[in-house]
Design a protein around this ligand. Structure first.
Ligand code: HEM
Length: 400
């Protein structure tokens, strides 16, 4: 069982298993001379209560892809597509070749903690005549005044999140998923992201983002009593096809790095309210020490500024709003405006976006200290059903 730390400092969830034999299924491949490292042989399970790719460790490589159903494709074609996609995901996550012609791109590698996660956007239900099954939690997110959204890179009928600890394994899955779409759906947008490679640090640590901050400390932990309730739709929840599912808010957030990097480290720390070196609150201690929000300095000013990002986003400042942030960083070179097109593929998970993302983003939209260093450039919301039982495909309870 993987023991690497995941989101925040919580430790592994136990959903990633090592496969003793390493890569399986490529019959022609000779057995590796030396066993695969743990990075290659780690495996996430497909048939689980909640879809894979939500509570697992952050993976080193990610692809987020939205599809629109093709003209003329409806519920029947969507059901067949989800069946194909599920079969592919199950096999690739086990380190086996794709069912319909493999490209060899992942040959020699193990599953490398590959996860493939499927979601449905608001427009999917109109396209397939399933309006009655559309959850109210999938109502469009409100407009935020600071948004600079590119509609072409927002929303989508269907969403696939791919994560793996090897770039070739992730790309292999991406191509298989794209090919499976066939004539039923076409890619609406695709975003590619990354996180730190497994084993790059001497000990498991919370990840850093491209601003250099430790990012993920305040995440709810799977061991918290309220975790399941905050992140997942209950087994008895509505609509019934969303039992054990979750809602993913996806925002491409550009970081204005040229401006950010001009700040002194002390000024950067004021923006967040935490130390850059180890993520500890500016009031002292270590990464997981509680923030002393009332503490003042010699001049009587709050040590953690009133507009510090980590103060403003706290659940206790937002009516208990909680979400599980599980992002990838991205870097797509220098933009047409001459500055880095880099930032965060912000993905956050919650049982209801109105009780998670929305109240916090409303507050951030009024302006926290981080606002002038970031720009939300695309946005999407997806209903991610629970994991498929054995013999089932993802979304079957919706589509049949
Ligand atoms: C905390 C960075 C956008 C919600 C933090 C922390 C950092 C950070 C460094 C402190 C460490 C931690 O607890 O993880 C960023 C960056 C962003 C961004 C760089 C954009 C590029 C957002 C957005 C939301 C959000 C859009 C939600 C609407 C939160 C929450 C916390 C947090 C809920 C934890 C608060 C707590 O429980 O203490 N963020 N953040 N962040 N952020 Fe952000």
């Amino acid at each position: 069982v993987s023991r690497r730390a995941l989101l925040g400092t919580a430790g592994a969830t136990g959903l990633v298993l090592g496969t003793a034999g390493g890569a399986v299924g490529y019959a022609a491949a000779p057995a590796p001379a030396t066993p695969l490292t743990s990075v290659g042989s780690d495996r996430a399970m497909f048939h689980v209560k909640h879809q894979p790719g939500i509570t697992e460790d952050l993976q080193a490589c990610g692809h987020l892809i939205a599809f629109d159903l093709a003209a003329g494709a409806g519920r029947k074609e969507a059901a067949a597509l989800l069946r194909r996609w599920s079969a592919t995901a199950e096999r690739l996550m086990a380190g086996e070749p794709a069912p319909h012609g493999d490209t060899d791109v992942a040959r020699d590698a193990g599953p490398s903690s590959l996860t493939v996660t499927f979601g449905f956007g608001n427009s999917f239900f109109t396209r397939t005549g399933l309006e009655k099954q559309r959850p109210t939690a999938l109502d469009p997110l409100p407009d935020f005044s600071s948004d600079h959204l590119d509609k072409a890179r927002s929303d989508g009928d269907l969403w696939v999140q791919i994560g793996a600890n090897d770039a070739l394994v992730a790309f292999h899955a991406l191509r298989a998923i794209q090919k499976d779409a066939g004539a039923a759906a076409r890619v609406r947008w695709q975003m590619n992201g990354f996180n730190r490679a497994q084993g790059a640090t001497a000990r498991p640590m919370t990840a850093r983002n491209l601003m250099g901050q430790i990012d993920g400390t305040g995440n709810p932990k799977p061991t918290d009593a309220a975790f399941d309730k905050q992140i997942f739709v209950p087994a008895s929840g509505e609509p019934t096809w969303m039992a054990n599912g979750s809602y993913a808010v996806v925002r491409r957030i550009r970081m204005l790095l040229d401006d950010w990097e001009k700040l002194s480290v002390a000024a950067q720390e004021q923006v967040v309210g935490r130390r850059k070196s180890d993520g500890a609150p500016l009031t002292g201690g270590h990464e997981t020490s509680p923030m002393e929000l009332e503490k003042t300095d010699a001049k009587g000013d709050y040590v953690i500024a009133l507009n510090a990002h980590a103060r403003i986003t706290r659940p206790d400042k937002n009516g208990g709003a909680a979400m599980l942030r599980r992002p990838f960083s991205y870097h797509d070179g220098i933009g047409a405006d001459g500055v880095p097109d880099a930032g965060l593929l912000f993905v956050c998970w919650q049982a209801d976006p109105l009780l998670g993302f929305v109240p916090v983003q409303r507050k951030l939209d009024r302006g926290d200290a981080l606002t002038r260093f970031i720009r939300h450039e695309s946005s999407a919301l997806f209903a991610v059903p629970g994991g498929a039982a054995k013999g089932e495909y993802v979304g079957q309870r919706l589509l049949e």
